[in-house]
Design a protein around this ligand. Structure first.
Ligand SMILES: [Zn+2]
Length: 419
């Protein structure tokens, strides 16, 4: 056991924690897993070469297929049960998050089940809900590509929208326009006056000609929803969306992976926080629980990126974490550029000391001179949700420094020490 016992005054609870993990409480069965299993029984995933039937409408969609009547009142006629092509069962029983060797990329299959427009503080995005054959979780892709809202994708031959191939594929014979539109396989903007089902994509779908900004983000309930100041997850999610929204074309992808607590899950993360309160850092706490320093895997993420059309141009990865760059490359996703994500608090301090030329990444980032101490007080309370501002706290500072000093994150520690 890699526990440093002298850091933990009471006896470390590792055996108890291990027992609790295998105790009487059944593993959580998510809705995703339930839905997946029921669907798995009906279909098997079609090869992509079979997804475009000869009679498929390729090219600009026929407006008459998406009549306003068929899509403007989906609530009036409930959509049929989505009969998606379904994935083969996961190859192993490793449903626990024990550190496992990532499966080879070709073994992981993903299926985008639905997509919808979400208006955010940074503009509209398309939320994609994925199923996969590995972990039974509903991983998400948040795609910013606002040109899709204005222009039917097929009208401009130079424009390859960021779209899911598995979502747009024809799922079964006789699929109706309303089925496609209800799951999000539409083009342009959906409204009571416009409903254009997406054409069934060519196979293979054209790859993106550019390398979009991509953030591979792991779920953090405490940081993103509660605004916990133990970590910077909320700020990073917000910063990723902001950076994409302020980039040329506003094109990019945030993969939101359900890998709470670096893959150990919320329950174990809560335990780890208690060990941190006893003096451990985030790495020591995970190890003390008998877990890995970082148990996340990225095979599903790579499969999602491929499904969204990422091709040989690769991605511009928003991260400080070298392991994510290596993981993507190992999965065959090119990373021609890594775009750093400097904590906003550190940006401010570096800007103040003129040691850093990086621009502030969010327009709402307050000017430190104008903010004043009262402003910091107001900002420092849980302002980590999307659309929020800057946060700082002693615990967050310790966490950020741990990521740099213990986990190899590629950031310069701020020059100025906070008062
Ligand atoms: Zn977090």
């Amino acid at each position: 056991m890699p526990l440093s016992a002298n850091l933990l005054p009471p006896a470390p609870p590792a055996p108890a924690a291990a027992a609790a993990r295998s105790g009487p409480v059944a593993p959580t069965v998510s809705e995703a897993a339930t839905a997946s299993s029921s669907l798995r029984a009906e279909f098997s995933l079609r090869e992509s070469s079979e997804e475009a039937p000869p009679s498929a409408p390729i090219g600009p969609p026929a407006p008459e297929r998406g009549s306003p009547e068929s899509a403007s009142s989906p609530a009036g006629s409930p959509p049929r049960e989505p009969s998606a092509p379904v994935l083969p069962a996961k190859p192993s029983s490793s449903s626990s998050s024990e550190a496992a060797t990532p499966p080879a990329a070709q073994e992981v299959q993903v299926q985008c089940m639905a997509r919808t427009r979400i208006p955010t503080a940074y503009g509209p995005v398309f939320l994609h809900v994925y199923h996969n054959n590995l972990d039974g979780k509903e991983h998400l892709a948040i795609v910013s590509d606002p040109a899709q809202l204005d222009t039917p994708a097929a009208a401009d031959t130079d424009f390859v929208p960021i779209r899911s191939h598995t979502l747009d594929a024809r799922w079964h014979d006789g699929e109706t326009a309303q089925e496609r539109i209800t799951r999000g396989a539409y083009v342009s903007r959906l409204s009571g006056h416009s409903a254009l089902p997406a054409p069934v994509p060519l196979s293979p779908a054209p790859a993106l000609a550019d390398a979009p900004l991509v953030r591979i983000h792991s779920e953090c309930f405490t940081g993103e929803t509660l605004g916990s100041l133990r970590c910077d997850c909320g700020e990073q999610l917000d910063a990723a969306l902001s950076l994409i929204a302020h980039s040329p074309g506003k094109r990019g992808i945030v993969l939101y992976l359900r890998q709470e607590g670096r893959g150990i899950g919320l329950l174990e993360k809560v335990r780890a926080y208690n060990l941190q309160d006893l003096g451990m850092d985030t790495v020591q706490a995970n190890l003390a629980l008998g877990r890995g320093e970082d148990e996340r895997t990225y095979g599903v993420a790579a499969a999602m990126l491929r499904d969204l059309g990422v091709g040989s141009a690769g991605i511009r990865l928003l991260t400080n974490n070298p392991s994510k760059v290596h993981a993507m490359r190992k999965e065959g996703i090119e990373v021609p550029e890594r775009v750093p994500m400097v904590p906003r608090d550190w940006q401010l301090r570096d800007a103040a000391s003129h040691t850093h030329a990086l621009p502030l990444t969010a327009p709402q980032t307050p000017d430190p001179a104008a903010l004043g101490e009262s402003g910091w007080d107001a900002r420092s309370k849980g302002a980590t949700i999307v659309g929020g501002g800057i946060v700082r706290s002693e615990e967050l500072e310790r966490y950020l420094r741990t990521k740099v000093e213990r986990m190899g994150h590629m950031l310069d520690l701020p020059a100025a020490k906070r008062v």
